[in-house]
Design a protein around this ligand. Structure first.
Ligand code: HEC
Length: 112
């Protein structure tokens, strides 16, 4: 059997297109959540503050299969983190029980 190259290319194009169409985070929703939780007091999109920039976090987790679960845990369990001045405090927990919203926020961070 011979598959035509054209068919393969077309199928690949459709696959690539549909992943981007469905994987995109709801940016406005994610931003609203960072605003409501004061995340940007300690994080910038591309600037480090007390915490790493979201770009840096995205780069750190790029290609890692457990990126989403690691970050969901980070944002829901309040792990101890070190601030710039050396003091420690529990990381901010996202004030929502809506896992879809938290996952959307994580997807948004990982897209930076
Ligand atoms: C009081 C300051 C502060 C606030 C507020 C804060 N963070 Fe952080 N965040 C930190 C620090 C410090 C770290 C670095 C932790 C480390 O590397 O040990 C961090 C780490 C992170 C990481 C990287 C975790 C990893 O595994 O690499 C993410 C993502 C993150 N924060 C997201 C958020 C979000 C989303 C919010 C709002 C809900 C938020 N942060 C609010 C200080 C803060």
């Amino acid at each position: 059997m011979k598959l035509s190259l054209q068919t393969l290319v077309a199928a690949a194009a459709v696959a690539a297109f549909s992943t981007t169409a469905f994987a995109g985070a709801d940016v406005e929703g994610a931003k609203a959540l960072t605003k409501a939780n004061n995340c940007m007091k300690c994080h910038g999109i591309d600037k480090d503050k007390d915490g790493p920039s979201f770009k840096k976090t995205a780069a750190k987790y790029k290609g890692k299969a457990d990126a989403e679960s690691k970050l969901v845990t980070h944002l829901t369990t309040g792990p101890k983190v070190k601030l710039e001045d050396g003091s420690e405090e529990e990381h901010k927990m996202v004030k929502t029980k809506d896992m879809a919203q938290i996952k959307n926020l994580v997807a948004y961070i990982l897209e930076q």
